[in-house]
Design a protein around this ligand. Sequence first.
Ligand SMILES: [Zn+2]
Length: 410
Amino acid sequence: MSHFPKSTFRIFRAPWVVPVSSAVICDGAVVTDGSTIVTTGSFSDIFSQYPDLPVTKCSGVLLPALVNAHIHLELSVYGVVYPPKQTSSMCEWINELLRTRETAQFTIDDIRNAATQTVLEQYNSGVALLLDIGNLDLGLHSLRTLEIHPLLEIYGSSAEATKTAVDTIEQLPTEQAVTGHAPYSTSPDLLQYIKKRSTQQNELFSLHVAENIDEALLLKEGKGCFAQFLKNRTGSKSLFPIAGIDSSSVVEYLRQLGLMDSQTIYVHCVHLSDKEIQSIADTETHVCLCSGSNAFLGVGTARLQVLLDHGILPALGTDSIASNPDINLWSEMVLLRKEHPDVNPEHILKMATYGGARAMGRESVYGSLQKGKTARILHVQDDMFAHASNDTEIIDLLTSKGQPDLVGWL
Ligand SMILES: [Zn+2]
């Protein structure tokens, strides 16, 4: 009981408060102290506790801000990159993306301006935290109240490219965070070098993993579209399979390289066996799903229910506009609902909020409406919400309709 709350305390009342960390509250309220959450609860309980505080009435729903755990802001300038033909493989799309990047005449300012526009759109859609993977240092760390965590992505598959990459990394400022690209594009030595550096910095390590079925084929047999792609790019024979490393699966390969722990995020994770998922769960490695990008590239659908059954709560990422025309986390939730009709929608909302915060090691600040967390609270409104009569219906609407008509910040 607090009869003398600080003058900075405020009560926000709404028909629905969705804390994510606890049950949905009908006619709920959130108490904030400046930029910090003090408590959430039913309005009647809150009001009896703080009868003298000013009350701001909100319509619609209050919920935690979204977290986008995988984006490539620097690709915004190119727009959507379509594969050369309908039936083409992901490798052909990568070729098209590289060709577009190599032939386009954009300046760093063009790239930064387009990236900034994307950040603004993410902010307007309710995203408070982004994990941005890029080959350029755009110097973007925040915009309005959106926080950007940038990781400089490095790749190199041959011994020579690995040496050049290591030399490049050694020239970087010691605080510059670096990550790898993917097992098919980044040599095991380079991946281990980068991971060791990330660990020393207490930094995140993010890797595209099992996005395409051919990745396992490359590691195991040195075959498939990536083998051809690397041969065309580097002119040299495939490194794979590598003697002395069990490459029976992508995750087993990465496990042996020491690339699995709670500061690692595996992105996409479309083609994983039960055993690989168990290994991810055992090592507390995080998973980030990018369903919109997967659908666009036709690479398949991640096994969401199996991941959840193993105790893994994935994060969500939009990936870049190059492979996801929508690039919107509300649309990602809609797609996940369609692809996984048996998954409880509560999990899907939790993935878009708490899942991302947790994967990025920021769950003490973001991801749910809980005492002590930052008050990055979304206020969303939509005519549809008037039809909700219970917590199940409001979660269903939040995850199945797409971006609400009005997305605002408290
Ligand atoms: Zn990506």
